[in-house]
Design a protein around this ligand. Structure first.
Ligand SMILES: *Cc1c(COP(=O)(O)O)cnc(C)c1O
Length: 494
């Protein structure tokens, strides 16, 4: 309602009441104005009525919602299902234009505004989370792997001779394939073992650069967030090497926004050396459905070049989900989630340590990994060749998701490259182990139930060992026995 409509209302309802109603509306609008003027995430989260008011206002600025619109083009934002229209708050035109995903769409002022605001609020959050000098970012409706591909393809034009990407090994398929899909040859640099930790081999990186020569190298592709016992790459030193040899540096920060340590590494890397772009997943960091990533960096022109590489228009859904989420949480809510995640990591570590010791195993010492941890499965591995994988399937059937069992000596071929010891980030780690992570949104109940179920599985497996020594078939019996009884025992959740 605008001023005229409020005045008209006064003919029907007492003017004093209408005035109060209009003041009520004004409070919502003041929030919208602050967002539009500052482009920052509000400190306090908005309630759903303000967010919905805002989204409706945006939607009616788009041509598909004009009352008098007469569309005679091939893309008029027509939607057959009302359910689909509502699922998107009637924002149907998507974002971008044929030439640039960040460009304004003349038919859709509301969607364009949504896009600009989301990118601006996302940048605010990235700065707040620790990369204070980030200058530019945008949301892409592709998950992390494809977004990394887009970064590599953008660099291709700047470095026509380049064929190789230097990549400190991390056993995760999408980041490996992101390089293959872009048409480059990954140069895998093995990690070095320091205590239990697997860390970047800086000397080997530098030797590879000298060997291949800078011009032939597209970039160094490093990683922050990863499964223990690998830890985030030595970003500062890698960034310095990149600056020294004038080689671009792309950082895979898949789930690193939720960790101040990962964000600090990126900030320090950019301060001391060279980082061209860093890429983070929307679902892993912001609790939204899978489908988007944020590409961020320190040079407006380079980030703009990447956004111009995107051919055509794009879905606005990931941007919409992110904006709704950040407006709902506010900076306070997001920071609270980050704080709780950190606390949950300590809680998880302490308790996995205790449990491990009860089974004569140990929590691997990986102090540089702020999100993921690993518990040795040395005893279990000694017991039989299959006990470790059995533990994996037992946890899976007991509905524990995300825990990852890593046996020794598994081998895997990804896009024609064979990795020895795949999953472990190294050819030969010193023991089999189990991973668990404390990621954003994890609750104490998740941890407690996980520990209970893990304890039960380990107990069942070790009982099998003591009762009937040397019977290799026994463990399978134990597993199927457990599967037959309640998969999810109710007391686990109490
Ligand atoms: C999740 C993740 C990726 C990317 O996976 P997408 O499915 O493309 O988002 C890449 N590297 C690491 C380390 C990851 O955790």
């Amino acid at each position: 309602m605008n001023t005229e409509n409020f005045l008209a209302s006064e003919r029907l309802v007492n003017a004093a009441y209408v005035r109060q109603g209009s003041q009520g509306r004004r409070a919502h609008e003041l929030r919208l104005r602050a967002l539009l003027e500052q482009g920052k995430c509000p400190e306090d989260g908005w309630d759903e009525s303000t967010i919905e008011l805002f989204l409706h206002e945006l939607a009616i600025m788009d041509s598909n919602n004009f009352l008098g619109n007469c569309g005679v083009g091939e893309r008029e934002g027509r939607v057959a299902s009302g359910l689909v229209a509502r699922r998107h708050y009637r924002l149907i035109h998507g974002i971008g234009r044929s030439g640039d995903i960040s460009a304004v769409q003349p038919k859709a002022a509301g969607s364009s505004l949504l896009n600009k605001l989301t990118n601006s609020v996302a940048l605010d959050i990235i700065k707040l989370a620790g990369v204070r000098t980030a200058s530019s970012c945008f949301v892409v409706p592709m998950a992390t792997g494809m977004s990394l591909t887009l970064c590599f393809l953008t660099l291709r034009h700047k470095r026509p001779k380049a064929k190789y990407i230097i990549w400190p090994r991390i056993d995760q398929k999408s980041c490996f394939k992101s390089m293959i899909t872009a048409g480059f040859e990954p140069v895998v640099v093995e990690n070095v073992l320091e205590g239990d930790e697997l860390r970047t081999d800086l000397k080997a990186v530098e030797a590879k650069i000298q060997d291949l020569e800078a011009d032939n190298i597209l970039c160094v592709h490093s990683t922050t967030s990863c499964f223990a016992p690998r830890v985030p790459d030595r970003l500062e030193e890698l960034a310095e090497i990149c600056a020294r040899y004038d080689i671009p540096h792309i950082v895979n920060n898949a789930y690193g926004v939720q960790s101040s340590k990962c964000m600090h590494l990126i900030q320090q890397g950019a301060r001391r050396g060279r980082i061209d772009a860093f890429v983070q997943s929307l679902d892993k960091n912001f609790m939204v459905p899978v489908g988007g990533a944020i590409i961020a960096g320190f040079s407006d022109s380079f980030i703009q070049e990447i956004s111009k590489m995107y051919p055509g228009r794009a879905s606005a859904s990931p941007s919409l989900d992110l904006l709704i989420t950040l407006l709902t949480l506010g900076t306070k809510g997001y920071q609270q989630l980050l704080k709780e995640r950190k606390e949950m990591f300590s809680y998880l570590s302490e308790n996995v340590k205790k449990l491990a010791e009860a089974y004569n195993e140990r929590l691997l010492e990986t102090p540089h990994n702020p999100i993921s941890l690993a518990m040795s499965l040395r005893e279990l591995d000694k017991q039989s060749g299959t006990a470790v994988t059995q533990l994996g399937s037992m946890l899976f059937t007991r509905q524990v998701s995300g825990a990852r069992v890593v046996p020794l000596g598994s081998q895997q071929t990804v896009s024609g490259y064979t990795f020895k010891g795949f999953m472990a980030h190294t050819n030969q780690y010193h023991c089999a182990y189990l991973n668990a992570a404390s990621a954003i949104g994890m609750t104490k109940e998740d941890v407690d139930v996980f520990l209970k179920r893990l304890d039960k599985c380990l107990k069942a497996l070790s009982k099998g060992k003591n009762d009937e020594k040397g019977s290799p078939a026994l463990n399978e019996e134990v597993v199927s026995g457990m599967e037959k009884c309640n998969l999810v025992e109710e007391d686990d959740r109490k």
